[in-house]
Each structure stands twice: as C-alpha cells, then as structure tokens.
Design a protein around this ligand. Structure first.
Ligand code: ADP
Ligand code: ASP
Ligand code: MG
Length: 452
C-alpha cells in the first residue's frame, strides 16, 4: 500500500474517548491521502508505567498505579462503545511485568522498556478499533511489525540502517490503514526498545521518511509551534513557518512540542512537517520546511530549559595543550551526560547540562586533571530564528532586556548555526526573562509574525 501522509497523534489526542472521536474525524477526512497513523500512549500513561516500575522495584504500592491504568483504558473503551476487554492481553502483560520486577527486585533497562511500551501498544489497539468502527480499513500494528528495527540502546534506541527497507516492505505487503505504535522499536534479538521520552514524533518522521510521504503531520494539543511554551507564556501565539534548522534548535533547547530527533529523517528525505491542533483542525498550524522565503526569516520562538547546572572546568596549565577539550568531552560522553551549551575562556571551560543528570562520575573524572566546580539553580533561555543571523538588532534587544531587568547573563552561546542565542541566567529570574523577552520580541509593539 502506498501512503501519502503520516498522521501522528500525541498523548492528549488519544487520552479520552472524546479526543479519539476527533482523531477519527481527522483521519477519515484525510482518507484520500492513504494515511499511515502513528499514536502515542494515552496522556499520562507512560509516566504512570514508569512510576509503577519504580514502585515495584522499591517494594511500594503497585496496585494503585495498575488500577488507574486499567480504569483509564476500560473507560475509554466503554465510552467509545468498544469491547471493554479489548486491552486485556496488554493489561495482563503489565500485571506480569509488575510482579516480576517486585519478585526479583530488579528492573533492567530492557524490562523498563518493555513496561513503558504498553501505553502505545494499548492505544494503537483502541484507536484502530475506533477507526474500524467508522468503516475505515484500520488495523493496529506494533512498530516492529511495521519494520522499525533499532539498536539495543534501551531507553534511547536509534533505528538501524535496515529499517528503511523493512518499513517499505511491511507497507507494501498490506492494504488498509495501519495504526502504529509510536515511541517503540525492537532490537535484533527481539527485545522491545523505546526511542526516548516524547519519541513518537521521531517515530512519525522515521516512518514518513522511509515511506516517502508528502507530509508528516504532528497532531497535538496546541495550535502549532508557538512563540513560547503557552503553559508558561499565555500570550504565546503560533508560528506559521519554521525551517528544519530552527525547529531542531527549538526542540533541542527545550520546546517539548517536537522531539529533537524528529527533524533529521524529515530533512534527509525533504519531507515537510506540519504541527496541528487536534481540537482546532481548521487552524493552519506550523509548517516546518527545508528553506524559508526572505520575509519568513524572522525571530521565531523562545525555548527554556528551566533547570540546568553548569560545570566549570579550570586547568590553567593544560589549557593550550592538544586534546584538553577532548578529555573534557570524553568525561561527559563516557557517563552519557548530554551537554547543552559550552563557553570557553583562556583558562576555563563551562558546560551546561540538565540538572537531573548524575554529575558525580563526570566530576570525579574531570578532577583527575582539572579543578571542577558545579553551579546549580540555573536556567537556559534560547531565542531562535534565522533573523539572528542577519542583523545585530535582535541580539541587542535580548541583552537590553536583560539589562532592564537587572539580570546577569551567566553564560551565553551563539551557536555555529547562528539561528540561536542561548543565555544562562539564575533560575529564579528565568520566568521574568522569558516574559520580558516575549513581550519585546512578540508583544503588541513588536513586528507581527506574518501568516504565510
Ligand atoms: P503530545 O502528547 O501531543 O506529543 P506534548 O505534551 O509532547 O504533546 O507537546 C505539546 C506541549 O508542548 C504543549 O502542550 C506545550 O505545553 C508544550 N510546548 C513547549 N514549548 C512549546 C512551543 N514553543 N510551542 C508549542 N508547545 C510548546
Ligand atoms: N508516550 C511516550 C512518552 O510519554 C512517547 C510520546 O508521547 O511521544 O514519552
Ligand atoms: Mg510529545
């Protein structure tokens, strides 16, 4: 079967019977384009599955989590008029895994992924059954049966090169409307893997690129990629168009609306992405495209990482020796800690990381050849847009805003792509900084973002 479009529905979009009915209308409306549907777990379920695993490991109360998960899925099924026992095989697997973890007091990454996979495996069945009840030729498919094979890095798996051909072969072999689990894959030995939190967007791009569709649609609970996180900045408004590079920067620097890995497969295959609102399907949403028209090269959005830490590495004697930076980078890589921003001076290097990262082993390694200190309670505020490349105006406005607020930039980074200026500030002032920057760059007095 040749598919013309991928439609991915996120957690809220499949989190209730009402939402799934909307999904039904959207998919039915796209029927002519032979949609390939990708779904997330119902909202909150992945969090709960992870919490359940933790509770089982700690000998805590598993039953409460299990009851909630069972009740949510049964309620959705009942409200949709579908058989209430439709999810039972996966709910039974959930119970078995919880018991196994509790009994063995062990939860390997492999077991954690298997447990986390159940949300998507349940929602794919429910959505497919609902679409079938509307008369669409829908069927549920686990990502691996749709061809998605990954490496064995549980928790952040990546597709193997063989995946493209497998996906094409699986699609060619079957007619109809597949409803595929996002977030998941399977490694060559047959164990279930996950692509990292928020990874269903990435799944959609992997499938879309392999199938060569005309568009990858990401259906979510907001009107597109906005000028800031609307939960933080109520005045945020949708951005009509972004380049792949801008979207990737925004995602990497904290805008949760798209998973950071999503853009790479789409760029490679040259397939546009569109971010749309399941509750307001007539809104134009955000187009993410490979290149922008001159009047679209504006400042687009502000992303925030609300809680980061900075690692300062001082080594006066070694600074100018070959391989110093490599040794630093190596310490972070060895312990799998992702670095967001790097700034260097004559005698020191500062690197920022997520505050939740376990820095102890990194610091121990670095201390072998340098003086290390860690500063906590910082936040990273990133302004993204191609306009930053063209002129000094935006940069000047950003620093003027900080000065007006009396906030010092602890670190700043203007990346090699020159479409992103990231500033590290004290965590307690981040909110003020984002509000003031938003008002200045996107407020009533600022130049309006043009609709395309
Ligand atoms: P889904 O379950 O549909 O994948 P997510 O919760 O992962 O949805 O992503 C959508 C959420 O991302 C929005 O509800 C919003 O709070 C948050 N968000 C953060 N930054 C932005 C932004 N710049 N534009 C839009 N949404 C954003
Ligand atoms: N359900 C997964 C998560 O919560 C994947 C996703 O929603 O994209 O992380
Ligand atoms: Mg998401």
């Amino acid at each position: 079967m040749r598919h013309g479009i991928v439609q991915k529905f996120g957690g809220t979009s499949v989190g209730s019977a009402d939402a799934i009915r909307r999904v039904g209308q959207i998919v039915a409306g796209a029927r002519e384009r032979a949609p390939f549907v990708v779904v997330s777990a119902a909202g909150g379920v992945t969090n709960r599955l992870i919490a359940l695993g933790e509770a089982a490991l700690a000998g805590g109360d598993v039953a409460e989590h299990e009851r909630e998960i069972v009740a949510l899925h049964r309620r959705i099924l009942a409200d949709l008029g579908l058989p209430e026992d439709l999810g039972d095989p996966w709910l039974a697997e959930l119970d078995g895994l919880a018991r196994g973890i509790a009994l063995l007091k062990e939860r390997s990454p492999r077991t954690a992924d298997r447990l986390a996979s159940l949300g998507e495996r349940l929602s794919a069945r429910i959505v497919a059954a609902h679409l079938a009840s509307l008369g669409l030729p829908a069927y549920a498919l686990d990502a691996w049966d749709a061809g998605l094979e990954t490496d064995a890095r549980f928790g952040c798996a990546r597709p193997l090169p063989s995946t493209r051909e497998r996906i094409r072969a699986a699609a060619a072999a079957r007619e109809g409307l597949p409803v595929v689990t996002g977030f998941l894959g399977r490694e060559p030995n047959g164990a279930v893997t996950t692509l990292g939190r928020g990874g269903s967007d990435y799944s959609a791009a992997i499938f879309g690129a392999a199938l060569g569709v005309a568009e990858i649609q990401i259906w979510t609970d907001v009107d597109g990629v906005m000028t800031a996180d609307p939960r933080q900045v109520p005045a945020a408004r949708p951005v009509p168009v972004l380049s792949f590079a801008e979207a990737a920067e925004l995602a990497f620097f904290g805008a949760k609306v798209l998973h950071p890995a999503t853009m790479a497969p789409a760029v490679k295959a040259g397939i546009p992405i569109r971010v749309l609102n399941t509750w307001r399907p007539a809104e134009p949403g955000t187009r993410v495209v490979s290149s922008l028209a001159p009047d679209e090269r504006r400042v687009k959005s502000i992303a925030t990482k609300g809680h980061i830490a900075a690692v300062n590495v001082v080594a006066s004697e070694m600074m100018f020796q070959y391989g110093f930076l490599e040794r630093i980078a190596d310490a972070f890589a060895r312990h799998e800690v992702v670095v967001d921003v790097i700034a260097t001076s004559e005698v020191s290097v500062a690197l920022t990381v997520d505050a939740a990262a376990d820095l102890r082993p990194v610091v121990a390694d670095l201390a072998a050849f340098s003086e290390v200190s860690v500063v906590r309670d910082l936040a990273l505020v990133s302004v993204v847009g191609e306009e930053l490349r063209d002129g000094l105006g935006i940069q000047a406005q950003i620093f003027a805003t900080l000065a007006e607020l009396g906030v010092r930039a602890e670190m700043a980074s203007y990346g090699a792509t020159r479409n992103n200026l990231s500033i590290v500030v004290a965590r307690e002032r981040a909110r003020d900084v984002v509000d003031a920057l938003h008002e200045r760059l996107f407020g009533a007095g600022a130049a309006p973002a043009r609709r395309s």
